[in-house]
Design a protein around this ligand. Structure first.
Ligand SMILES: Cc1cc2nc3c(=O)[nH]c(=O)nc-3n(C[C@H](O)[C@H](O)[C@H](O)COP(=O)(O)OP(=O)(O)OC[C@H]3O[C@@H](n4cnc5c(N)ncnc54)[C@H](O)[C@@H]3O)c2cc1C
Length: 288
């Protein structure tokens, strides 16, 4: 006998929030993580233990706009929509192009990548270095939380069952910043990251004003250390070898990857530190 699943699809965000307040439901945006998580054997529909609420059609969650120079991205924007949007930073688009293949990019959403909280989520390292904030809404109102506080561990986020992530907010970044994303996987397309890295740097008259790094897939959440980053502020570029070595050594102590089906801890650590060294050794950083 086929098991019944209750599925809700409301016309507005308010109705959706009221439903979430009444009952603990599984939120489905693009479904590209949820369906895999609950998949059954071939030919058998996925077993989702709670009633479902669909959200990816809600226009309130699909806006992209600037407000006081901050960039607000609706949580249910798909990757394909973001690639088409002129407001989305170049570095974020580069990272999106490394995600899966077009079919998944047509369904998968930025909010879904964040709320799935996979250590290998490709959007996360960049969102950490952009100091992204998340706007969560429930029937009780809005609250804002830093992405680094929201993500607690693999598939663990700080969200009450009646809340939806409505927006991802990228605080204003001066246009002279250089931002990169690097992903190492089995192949260039359609691969989950073995290691990923995001770097952000802003230079003024050859001196570092601001620098940030985040590593993905080398720990339960993104690895970032503001204390280590601070050591480079005020240094001139190109950086001295001793400074580079000190930063690499500092990350060597805090990056603790694991062995799994995708890679080994030793490989992940070596590659992560090489990506960092490569970023720090650049002679020039072009604003992008
Ligand atoms: C074949 C394949 C390839 C993939 N390749 C990659 C890849 O290369 N890189 C990568 O990072 N990921 C990859 N993924 C994973 C997935 O596509 C992404 O994580 C995607 O961004 C998930 O978005 P979604 O909208 O489909 O999320 P969903 O599956 O709908 O949701 C994911 C989780 O987030 C919750 N959720 C979603 N939106 C919200 C919201 N607004 N508020 C609160 N909770 C919410 C859901 O309840 C669920 O727990 C791949 C998946 C597949 C199936």
């Amino acid at each position: 006998m086929v098991e019944k699943i209750t599925a809700n699809r409301f016309e507005s965000l308010d109705e959706t929030l009221s439903q979430l307040n009444r009952e603990d439901c599984s939120i489905i945006a693009g479904g590209t993580d949820v369906m895999v998580l609950h998949k059954s054997r071939r030919g058998v529909p996925p077993k989702i233990p709670k009633p479902i609420v669909f959200i990816n059609h809600l226009s309130e969650l699909k806006q992209v706009y600037q407000h006081h120079k901050d960039l607000h991205i609706g949580a249910c924007c798909t990757y394909s929509e973001l690639l088409e949007n002129p407001l989305i930073p170049f570095a974020l688009k580069n990272a999106i192009k490394t995600i899966a293949a077009p079919a998944i990019r047509n369904r998968g959403t930025l909010g879904g990548n964040i709320c799935n909280a996979s250590p290998a989520g490709d959007m996360l390292p960049l969102l950490y270095v952009y100091n992204a904030k998340l706007l969560l809404r429930s029937v009780n109102g809005d609250r804002m939380v830093a992405i680094s506080d929201f993500i607690q561990g693999p598939r663990r986020v700080e969200r009450f069952h009646n809340e939806i992530v409505t927006e991802i907010i990228l605080p204003y970044v001066l246009e002279d910043s250089h931002v990169v994303f690097e992903k190492v996987g089995n192949r260039n397309a359609d691969a989950i990251a073995k290691v990923s890295f995001a770097g952000f740097v802003r230079i003024s008259k050859d001196r570092i004003d601001d620098i940030r790094f985040a590593f993905g897939a080398v720990g339960p959440t993104m690895v970032r250390s503001i204390d280590i980053e601070k050591k480079l502020v005020g240094k001139t570029i190109p950086l001295a070898e001793a400074d580079i070595a000190a930063i690499v050594a500092a990350f060597d102590k805090i990056i603790r990857p694991i062995d799994d089906q995708r890679s080994t801890a030793a490989y992940r650590k070596t590659v992560a530190l090489h990506l960092l060294r490569y970023f720090l050794s650049m002679k020039q950083y072009q604003p992008n």
